[in-house]
Design a protein around this ligand. Structure first.
Ligand code: ATP
Ligand code: MG
Ligand code: MG
Ligand code: MG
Length: 440
């Protein structure tokens, strides 16, 4: 991609409305544009990152046995009246009336709808377990939308829903999602901590929020320091091995970790030695939740069990906020110069900077590197503009592509280029040949 033709509306000034660094950098790097309060467009650079985030989410959901569907954003109020949530949901729900005067709504979540799909088709325990997910836009009329896409009104959610015959099997489904979440966030370069979270009237221990520690986080959280050093399960994890998954979950839930809603001061002080106590702020990037027959009972989603009897299915729901995640990744990974993307979610792999576009030697070297990198499957953003050097470097640092290659007229005369690591700031002068070998 040539920068001269790429739609990258960089802002030189700090936007006044942005209170936290991720919001500021997303606006400055031309990733998003606010359309109205809490409602954003994703511009090309932002869209690339969002797509990478969604790809990782999808791969890990699929690996754990969930199946992707796509449910609509606009829902009929009828289902929500059946479940009893239409009135209970309150002002966060955007309610719409269509031209036939039917009550509709813009979905804030999809428990009712997915339960309706389930009850239409599934009759027997033999078709279980089942886990259906989608990645779809949600709307919640948040009382205080703020921090850009961190807390917006329109946002994206990956929501998965599991269906099982009983609690024991629902627990296995829960464990699969638990482990999938650990892997998902780790692949994005994030350290996520599963923390005990509110279960509501269901009770039990099957509700965890996945929290990223950050000063700007909206939740107050408490945990044992050692959890921060746990190794995340690898890609060879066997999602059919219920015992293996249970022991992973066990390991990750034994040490104290709770959000403010579930915090028990006395337990915390008894269980966690003073020097291991982490009390911090955190961002909720995911939430998994077992809620039993809360929706299957009122919506009559039942299967025949091996005993020949009808059983309301036991369900869980599993949410991740991709649009919030993009902001959370930036909160966790930036410096004074701008964003520092973890490789797996970077919008481009390589930023190629020509210091003198139009100079024959510079152009030729850039073309060569561009082509070699593209052939090796790398995404390259090629700054072929005639901006000043200082402005080019500032843009490259701001958009945070992991590797920068600088091609200048003086060094190219001796066939050399500079390779800079965005994260460490380390620079190395290499021959064009050596640079290509290094990068590809
Ligand atoms: P919060 O406590 O931040 O309001 P929530 O508990 O209401 O979030 P859930 O219903 O658990 O959210 O939804 C699952 C995920 O969707 C959250 O963990 C978060 O990542 C994302 N999410 C929820 N609300 C928003 C929002 N307003 N903007 C962006 N992402 C959101
Ligand atoms: Mg909320
Ligand atoms: Mg919450
Ligand atoms: Mg939640």
């Amino acid at each position: 991609m040539r920068l001269s033709r790429y739609f990258l509306p960089i802002l030189k000034e700090n936007p006044k409305e942005a209170e936290i660094v991720s919001h500021r950098l997303m606006l400055r790097a031309g990733m998003i544009r606010q359309q109205s309060s809490g409602i954003y467009s994703w511009l090309p650079l932002g869209k690339r990152v969002l797509d990478k985030v969604n790809t990782i989410i999808r791969e890990e959901q699929n690996r754990a046995g969930a199946e992707e569907i796509l449910m609509p954003t606009v829902q009929s109020a009828d289902l929500w009246m059946e479940s009893g949530r239409y009135d209970a949901y309150g002002k966060e729900m955007l309610r719409i009336t269509d031209r036939q005067d039917r009550a509709m709504l813009y979905g804030p979540t999809n428990e009712e709808m997915v339960t309706d799909i389930f009850r239409t088709y599934v009759r027997s325990y033999k078709d279980l377990p089942l886990n259906l997910y989608h990645i779809q836009t949600k709307f919640r009329d948040e009382i205080r939308p703020r921090f850009g896409t961190m807390r917006s009104r329109e946002f994206m959610m990956k929501d998965a829903y599991s269906f099982d015959l009983d609690l024991d099997r629902a627990r296995e489904s829960y464990h699969r999602m638990f482990v999938a979440y650990l892997r998902t966030f780790a692949r994005m370069g994030l350290k996520s901590i599963p923390m005990r979270a509110e279960t509501g009237p269901i009770g039990g221990d099957l509700s965890h929020e996945f929290i990223i520690l950050a000063e700007t986080g909206e939740s107050e959280v408490f945990c044992h320091r050692d959890i921060l050093d746990f190794d995340v399960p690898g890609s060879d994890t066997d999602f059919r091995d219920a015992g293996g998954l249970a022991s992973i979950v066990d390991k990750w839930t034994t040490l104290y970790a709770a959000t403010e809603d579930m915090h028990e001061v006395e337990r915390y002080e008894n269980e966690v030695p003073q020097d291991a106590r982490v009390s911090a702020r955190g961002i909720e990037v995911g939430h998994i939740f077992y809620f039993g027959t809360k929706y299957s009972e009122p919506l009559n989603a039942k299967v025949t069990g091996p005993d020949g009897q009808e059983h309301a299915v036991h369900m869980g729901s599993y949410g991740i906020g991709p649009t919030r995640l993009v902001a959370a990744i930036i909160e966790a990974s930036h410096d004074d110069g701008g964003i520092v993307w973890p490789d797996a979610v970077a919008p481009f792999d390589l930023m190629l900077i020509s210091m003198k576009a139009g100079d024959e030697a510079c152009d030729a070297a850039c073309e060569r590197i561009y082509e070699a990198a593209a052939n090796a499957g790398l995404d390259v953003l090629y700054d072929d503009t005639d901006e000043r050097a200082g402005s080019k470097f500032a843009t490259a640092d701001l958009v945070g592509v992991p590797t920068q290659v600088v091609v200048g007229p003086r060094s190219i005369a001796s066939s050399e280029v500079e390779v800079k690591n965005r994260r460490t700031g380390e620079r190395e002068t290499l021959s064009v040949e050596a640079a290509i070998n290094r990068l590809t």
